[in-house]
Design a protein around this ligand. Sequence first.
Ligand SMILES: *Cc1c(COP(=O)(O)O)cnc(C)c1O
Length: 455
Amino acid sequence: MEKKIPYKIYLSENEMPQYWYNVRADMKNKPAPLLNPKTHAPMTAEELEAVFCRELVQQELDDMNRQIPIPEEILDFYKMYRPAPLVRAYCLEKKLDTPAKIYYKFEGNNTSGSHKLNSAIAQAYYAKKQGLKGVTTETGAGQWGTALSMACSYFDLDCRVYMVKCSYEQKPFRREVMRTYGADVTPSPSETTEVGKQILAAHPGTGGSLGCAISEAVETATGTEGYRYVLGSVLNQVLLHQSVIGVETKTAMDKYGIKPDVIIGCAGGGSNLGGLISPFMGEKLRGEADYRFIAVEPASCPSLTRGRFAYDYCDTGMVCPLAKMYTLGSGFIPSANHAGGLRYHGMSSVLSQLYNDGLMEARSVTQTAVFDAAVQFARVEGILPAPESSHAIRIAIDEAMACRESGEEKTILFGLTGTGYFDMYAYEKYNNGDMSDYIPTDEDLKAGFDGLPQI
Ligand SMILES: *Cc1c(COP(=O)(O)O)cnc(C)c1O
């Protein structure tokens, strides 16, 4: 007999994931290795350990182990805000008058307001275990900095955050949340690092970028005894930690015999999308099931849909390892878009490889279309979504509307990565009709491509 499907599916304690799933183990074409920015040779574990925590380096390089057990201490922390609900968007379906079934996995139920806490707590745990004093990082919109501040205060670690200057000024309350959790927050670029001084000399008055803030955070970590650098997206280890989203979702769907036809997520550096799709992609890679996967990115920062698949610097100061990824070039500075979490020039190597192999699709959407979807969703489903998450909502609605045309009863799953309470400046612009769309021209993109390293 078919089980009655609750409108909100929560896993019980004994159903909670006990391991992260490493999709690289099932990939035939593995993501390309990180390269030393000076010698262009693959980075060794030893070299990486100068920048990153030891166990995280092992996870970064691990292309073989399918399941990585989640340490007890991290499981305990997850209990505070997980399981995340898998919600059937009945009201949205009704409003759209679609035969499609729409589900979303909601990751906004914690103070950081996003999925980023899933990896922040893991990274803080391994830093503590290694006996470190503290960690440094960058933050753009502020979600990652907030998540890491929470994780560091839990494990009693110092946390130094370089926050992109325009966000620091635009989102003073984000900054205060971080300080409340004990973090030290510096607007970037700053005079506190050599690379910050260089960037300020070259671009006086700049509002900064994620690439600049990363360079500053890395310089501080490598120059301070007992510190390492941690990153909130892009890296393999971050995708691995975020697989807790996908494993939970798949367990919940399997329990009720629900099979998604299409799985959608927004893509900044690729961690939430990578985490959500990982176990489903694993089945596809092993030939056990088929799904469509769609990455959604802003038209103003279209790394998958218009970028090059090439080795590139991960930061503006060119101090980080080189990664092979879809990229717009490390010198590309996207226009002021309100989805701060999607303004990174590159994309996770794992997702880049899967996309290049034709296993995943990508779409780009303009920000006014995204906010149309955000408002439509907020009014019927109650949750005020983050601008980043609303990229996924846009395409989920488009897919559901296509089902209305065709009469197909597809099951659509999307990742609702977070809430938008700190983005009211963006909503205000939209509500006032002052929001505009900027799509870079080929000429604009060329400048970024011209700066790609020759490898
Ligand atoms: C950071 C962020 C994203 C984008 O990051 P990914 O690494 O691509 O997942 C999406 N949504 C929210 C709410 C975020 O904070």
